[in-house]
Design a protein around this ligand. Structure first.
Ligand SMILES: O=P(O)(O)OC[C@H]1O[C@H](OP(=O)(O)OP(=O)(O)O)[C@H](O)[C@@H]1O
Ligand code: HPA
Length: 190
């Protein structure tokens, strides 16, 4: 089921961002080109595995966007984009985000107290972005029913599980300066 994802990840180039080995891939960067068969395969796998009995889908700028948008079209559930830009709307919630190579602020709008949500993102690595997202959603009074992330690297997922949340990832990889190694897939075909 995840043939395109697996094969494209095995060929992903690596760059250094400080000491962080950063893989470049269409799902995580939109670069060099997002092929429809890849995105279709990823979205089908998300629909198959995620709990979509929710009021809203929550994604994170920038690369949660193609995922949230396609998923919303298929499920007819509205989606929210947590932005890196401040809007100063009433009730806007700001939280701090730290990844393995960057730091910044995230801004949440559009959640009503009691909303049941599914979080969707492209990558989990240190877990810093997911922690910030969960904090913002907690402050907004949302109930997180499920979390689904396409690509897992590093130990971030464990931290989220330790906090008591359900989180699924479609594919688990290891990254070093030589490239990407595929370790595990949710379809069991790796
Ligand atoms: O688990 P972490 O270490 O936090 O890494 C994961 C986050 O890193 C990337 O976001 P980034 O802030 O680089 O934004 P982008 O989507 O614009 O690439 C990715 O989209 C995840 O949101
Ligand atoms: O290595 C990476 N590549 C793309 N996106 C990412 N988000 C966290 N780590 C990475």
């Amino acid at each position: 089921m995840l043939k395109n994802l697996r094969e494209s990840l095995r060929n992903a180039p690596i760059i250094k961002r400080g000491s962080y080995n950063y893989f470049i891939h269409p799902i995580s960067d939109g670069v060099p080109v997002v092929r429809p068969e890849l995105l279709r395969e990823v979205i089908a796998c998300i629909v198959k595995n995620a709990n979509v009995d929710v009021d809203k889908i929550v994604t994170i700028e920038a690369m949660g966007l193609p995922l949230g948008s396609a998923l919303s079209q298929i499920t007819d559930i509205p989606f929210i984009i947590i932005r890196k830009r401040k809007y100063e709307l009433p009730g806007e919630i700001a939280v701090h985000q730290a990844t393995g190579y960057s730091k910044g602020e995230l801004y949440l709008n559009g959640i009503d107290k009691g909303d049941r949500v599914l979080i969707v993102d492209d990558v989990i690595s240190t877990g810093g972005t997911m922690l910030a997202t969960l904090k913002a959603l907690e402050m907004a009074g949302a109930t997180v029913k499920d979390i689904i992330v396409v690509i897992e690297r590093g130990d971030g997922k464990k931290e989220i599980i330790d906090m008591g949340y359900d989180i699924k990832t479609l594919i688990k990889i290891d990254v070093d300066e030589n490239g990407v190694k595929v370790l595990e897939c949710i379809d069991g075909e790796c």
